[in-house]
Write a protein that binds this ligand. Structure first.
Ligand code: ZN
Length: 306
């Protein structure tokens, strides 16, 4: 059994041919996203890439998109930075364009499904994936099913309220959200406000600031970041009681980051969660959404619950 998974991003489209039960992508394609990001050229681009990988009558395709989709997984609800997409019946449009069975999924949810299909949560029924990148996203699988909620938009882990009045991004509009505090953009803004690394040639990026963490001013910056991330994760562990709590995205790659984070999470965990908490890094990294989209296509074609 094979399926094609496609990860649509603002800057690039990545697609891969995935073999059922395999942990490797057999063949992969990457292109820059069609520059206008309008529906017709982007859908044609995705359909061409999917067909080049074998999608069609016998091989289903799953496409993950950077935004909200409805509970029935038929329509786009809120794709910021992609003009003219909201409300479109995307699943059917992709089926017509590819000439075979197609499904759509939100990219963060696809990331989580990918880790369950072929990654750190393979074979598990209860797990949470949190991705710490420019934005903060993720997904929750509970009792073997992706948590989608009444309107299809559950699992917005980056929008847990951990702060106060900090404004979240333009696609959200809420205040005090996790992403508004600890998304990479928000952290870099905070570092500039704290005038960290000002003597450097370029403005500091998080990777450099991590290496400078013994400096007292930089240490207080990381204290803020680690503390909020730890509180977010401890909350998720308390709410979902997962078998495994997976962290993805760029921040975790700093040497020693996960160890320090784990220590900080323990400060906030209640008993008996201290005994059960199982924190680990994403194993599929940026390929996770491709696996998840393909897994979703295979499962929904066979009407399995996902
Ligand atoms: Zn928000």
């Amino acid at each position: 059994m094979q399926a094609v998974g496609v990860d649509l991003g603002g800057h690039k489209v990545a697609a891969g041919l995935v073999e059922g039960n395999s942990i490797r992508i057999r063949k992969k394609l990457e292109e820059r996203t069609s520059p206008t990001r309008e529906p017709a050229p982007v859908i044609a681009q995705i359909a061409r890439m999917a067909r080049d990988l074998g999608a069609g009558e016998n091989v289903p395709v799953g496409i993950c998109i950077p935004g909200g989709i409805d509970a029935a997984r038929e329509r786009a609800m809120m794709i910021t930075n992609f003009p003219g997409w909201n409300g479109l019946p995307l699943r059917r449009m992709f089926e017509d364009a590819v000439g075979g069975f197609a499904v759509i999924e939100n990219d963060a949810n696809a990331y989580a499904l990918g880790e369950g299909f072929a990654g750190a949560a393979k074979g598990m029924t209860d797990y949470v994936v949190l991705t710490l990148g420019t934005g903060i996203g993720g997904g929750v699988v509970a009792g073997g099913r992706l948590l989608t909620g009444a309107h299809g938009i559950a699992g917005e882990l980056g929008h847990m309220v951990l702060g106060h009045d900090e404004p979240c991004g333009p696609g959200c509009g809420g205040l005090g959200h996790f992403e508004a505090l600890c998304g990479a953009d928000a952290l870099e803004r905070k570092a500039r406000e704290m005038r960290l690394g000002q003597g450097q040639e370029n403005l500091p990026v998080l990777k450099d600031l991590w290496l400078m963490r013994d400096d007292p001013a930089v240490a207080s910056f990381w204290d803020f970041a680690l503390d909020h991330i730890a509180r977010g994760i401890a909350t998720l562990v308390h709410v979902f009681d997962p078998q495994i709590m997976i962290v993805g995205g760029g921040l975790r790659k700093g040497v020693g980051f996960m160890e320090l984070l784990k220590t900080r999470i323990f400060r906030y965990l209640g008993e008996p969660f201290k005994q059960t908490m199982n924190l680990c890094s994403s194993t599929l990294d940026t390929d996770a959404p491709i696996f998840g989209a393909a897994a979703s296509a295979l499962a929904r074609r066979s009407r399995a619950p996902l």
